[in-house]
Design a protein around this ligand. Structure first.
Ligand code: ZN
Length: 827
């Protein structure tokens, strides 16, 4: 189906004003659901189209007159609308989906009960109801739902069950189509209230215990964030209640639907988790709440401003979490866990400016929804707030909300608000930071003979950079790090430093530059790590180590030395978790990100893994028994275990006092056992049978795909091609499980088949999952020139789907980097 083009959206906006939507859904079926939509609108006279991605169009009328159903083609219904008021009524049958978009339906393996939720972002709304699907055609919605009698149904506005199985919802404020939602099923719902705002928390019934255990924590921080946003924005929360639902198989971390935020179910903890997971959840709660104003009250006019939506929510979410909740480490957490995502995105061939990406259609915009939009965007907004001062920054934001309340706006509108608030001229700043792609490299040159030390700044294309960098630097002096400010405002800046003094650039992690540890510092760090206690300095070291390996400027063996030296003194479990995933092989961790994995490029990976395992275990042993820190360190040790005996000892709870083995830790151990070829399908099946739920099923699927035999790989591959259906989460788990560094003997045939069979996956998937499947199943561990060449050949096809193209550009870059790192450092 064609993606909505910007010029079509503009024409439709010029033609139409929408007055109201009235949507009636019957969710009692298993495969499909009837969907009836009435749209009232005012036309200025002309032709346009309605979006409808239905299984069947039963009837459509315009002002009561039937229209032919066979005019409906490729998801669009053409309409000729003379000037004046009109009513369009559509009676259709829609399909439930299992890819996390539209109306996603899932059956809980724990009890066989069905759950649905609606994800309309960014162009899935028409697979639930007929609509004019673009962000700037807002309208109020009235929703009526018939559902099984044991269901609870919540939506954007408050609602009630008027008779068994029949739900009526209040008319909403004007909403964009992309965040219209409902959540239905035998959900467990806990309610509360804060400052006059009714609050709800939902999860599926089989995970009720996890929600009840954390409801206080969630309600408390929800209330704290509301108070702070009210104070900062000086405008009340604009919707009538606030539900937060943890829903199955959610693609993103969360979605900011007004009044009814949906979260990835993994943010509800059914097993013990490191504190890092709670910090991530807290920042996500705050991020989605920030969107209630920025994104929902005032929405982007078109998708090219999505970066601003995300950058703003990211900035505000992290800031408010750190300032008013118990999770005061939120900024350090974000820097440690998110920054490398942005730095990596910004160094790919697919890099793009933060702003001003034309986004000719919705699909193109989705390709730029990446680490640049979120993390770099957040970084430059932080820089802007520092530059103009908090008072001006917030005054501009308030002005923006007041002017465009319940409407749409552009980046230009926001910057005009900031200028009105006294920010001064921002043109040069916008031009250099928002409209120029890529990242400046800054490197330290030590004094040599008569020539002093210098900091060299290089722009990504080699032309003189115009970006001014202002950040802290730390020099190791008198047995401690001495921190001072520096401005890099030219391509060559003198910098006072001794020839042997270790130096950390951007020591507090506030800047945005491509940095590498110089040789002197890198060689001294192993002895300095235990004496480096400031978490910001340590975060900078970890970020810079990862960046250096990514760019093949730091020997991966040296990175292992620094990790092994630093892990035993690491006080933050988010650093341990993050480094454990980075050091582990592909497929370990929550998703198969294509960031360079340390053990995929290091010489003698077996010995390096053993050293990392030992270092994590030392940290686990010194952490308080039963603590989150102990758990995070133990997970790092599990991920890097080199022999099955120690994992079997863990499973027998003979590892460490206080370290209880729940299903989370148990399945992490089985993942490693599968990687080592030390378990089999029979044992995996028995383990699953003893504890069968949605989480353990996914872990089982991951392990099954990882087993080192041809049957397992063939089983996985059938899910990739679509020969056997699999949900979005299954695709992720199976793809991540399948590929393993060092198993080319089994995997090599799929390294070629991937490129032959990838284009046809557009027939079985679309949207988010199309890209995810391509990414998870990319032969990332076949690190050969063949893989590079196959990628290039695939990219040379001008008909390649744009979502697949973006995946191949990034993954091909990753393979090339691995090859060059190995060529440089592995003899
Ligand atoms: Zn967001």
């Amino acid at each position: 189906m064609p993606s909505l083009r910007l010029d079509d959206a503009r024409a439709r906006f010029d033609l139409l004003t929408l007055t109201a939507y009235d949507v009636t859904l019957d969710l009692r079926g298993e495969e499909t659901f009837p969907s009836r939509t009435v749209v009232d609108l005012v036309s200025r006279g002309g032709e346009t189209f309605l979006d409808l991605k239905a299984r069947e169009l039963r009837s459509i009328t315009l002002d009561g007159e039937p229209l032919p159903t066979d005019a409906w083609v490729a998801g669009r219904y053409p309409l000729a609308l003379p000037p004046g008021h009109h009513r369009v009524e559509v009676d259709a049958v829609m399909a439930f989906r299992n890819d996390g978009e539209g109306l996603h339906r899932t059956v809980d393996p724990a009890d066989g009960r069905a759950y649905v939720y609606q994800m309309s972002f960014m162009s899935a709304a028409p697979s639930v109801f007929a609509c004019f699907d673009q962000p700037d055609l807002k309208a109020p919605y009235s929703l009526h739902v018939t559902a099984p009698v044991d269901w609870t149904v919540v939506a954007n506005a408050a609602g009630e069950q008027v008779e068994p199985g029949r739900w009526e919802f209040r008319e909403t404020q004007p909403l964009s189509t992309y965040f219209v939602t409902l959540v239905g099923g035998p959900y467990h719902r806990v309610t509360s209230e804060h400052d006059g705002i009714p609050l709800g928390l939902l999860c599926r019934d089989s995970t009720a215990r996890a929600l009840d255990a954390d409801a206080d924590e969630l309600f408390t921080m929800t209330g704290q964030c509301f108070d702070e946003f009210h104070r900062l924005f000086a405008i009340r929360y604009p919707f009538d209640k606030y539900d937060q639902a943890f829903v199955p198989d959610f693609n993103a971390l969360a979605m900011e639907n007004p009044g009814c935020v949906t979260f990835r179910e993994g943010l509800l903890f059914t097993t013990r988790v490191p504190r890092a997971a709670r910090v991530q959840r807290a920042t996500t709660v705050a991020h989605e709440m920030a969107h209630q104003w920025f994104g929902n009250l005032v929405s982007p006019k078109w998708w090219d401003d999505l970066w601003l939506n995300e950058a703003f929510a990211e900035y505000m979410g992290n800031r408010v979490t750190a300032e008013v909740t118990e999770f005061t480490e939120a900024l350090a957490w974000a820097s440690m866990t998110r920054k490398n995502w942005g730095l990596t995105s910004d160094s790919r061939p697919s890099t793009h400016p933060v702003a001003g990406n034309g986004a000719v259609d919705a699909d193109a915009a989705l390709q730029d929804f990446d680490g640049i939009s979120y993390v770099k965007g957040q970084s430059v907004l932080t820089q802007l707030a520092d530059r103009v001062g908090d008072e001006v920054f917030l005054a501009g934001v308030r002005d923006h909300f007041e002017r465009h309340r319940f409407g749409n706006a552009t980046m230009q509108d926001l910057f005009e608000s900031w200028e009105r608030a006294g920010a001064g001229a921002l043109d040069t700043w916008i031009d250099t930071w928002l409209r120029t792609p890529g990242i400046d490299r800054i490197e330290l040159v030590r004094p040599d003979g008569e020539s002093p030390g210098r900091l060299l700044r290089t722009s990504p294309d080699g032309s003189p950079s115009r970006r001014t960098h202002a950040f802290a630097v730390a020099r190791w002096d008198n047995a401690t790090w001495q921190v001072a400010d520096v401005a890099v405002d030219a391509d060559d800046v003198s910098f006072e430093v001794g020839p042997d003094v270790p130096v950390l650039l951007d020591a507090l992690g506030t800047g945005w530059a491509d940095l590498t540890l110089d040789e002197v510092t890198a060689s001294r760090l192993p002895e300095l790590m235990a004496r480096t206690t400031d978490p910001r300095l340590r975060g900078t070291i970890w970020t810079t180590v990862r960046n250096g390996v990514h760019h093949a400027r730091l020997d991966p063996a040296r990175a292992v030395d620094i990790l092994v030296a630093g892990l035993p003194s690491e006080e933050h479990d988010f650093a341990l978790s993050s480094l454990g995933v980075w050091a582990g092989d592909d497929g370990e961790g929550t998703h198969n990100s294509v960031h360079l994995k340390l053990l995929a490029v290091v010489a003698d990976a077996g010995a390096a893994r053993q050293r990392l395992h030992d270092a994590f275990l030392v940290r686990a042993a010194s952490a308080p028994a039963g603590s989150e820190l102990q758990l995070a360190a133990a997970l790092g040790a599990v991920t890097n275990a080199t022999e099955p005996d120690s994992l079997r000892a863990l499973l027998a709870e003979e590892w460490l006092p206080g370290l209880t083995v729940d299903s989370g830790l148990r399945w992490q151990a089985f993942k490693r056992l599968a990687s080592l070829g030390a378990t089999d399908l029979d044992e995996l099946d028995k383990t699953l049978a003893a504890d069968n739920d949605a989480q353990t099923q996914l872990a089982h699927a991951w392990c099954r795909a990882r087993l080192p035999d041809a049957d397992a790989k063939a089983w996985a591959w059938q899910r990739f091609t679509g020969e056997v259906a699999a949900s979005n989460y299954e695709i992720g788990a199976i793809g991540a499980g399948m590929w393993q560094t060092g198993r080319d003997d089994l995997l090599e045939p799929y390294g070629a088949r991937y490129f032959d069979e990838l284009p046809a996956t557009t027939a079985v998937r679309e949207g988010w999952l199309l890209g995810d499947a391509a990414r998870f199943f990319f032969p990332i561990t076949i690190t050969t020139q063949d893989t590079v060449e196959r990628t290039e050949r695939a990219l040379a096809d001008p008909t390649l789907n744009p979502t697949l193209r973006r995946v191949l550009v990034d993954a091909g870059d990753e393979v090339r980097r691995r090859l060059s790192t190995r060529a440089r450092y592995v003899s």
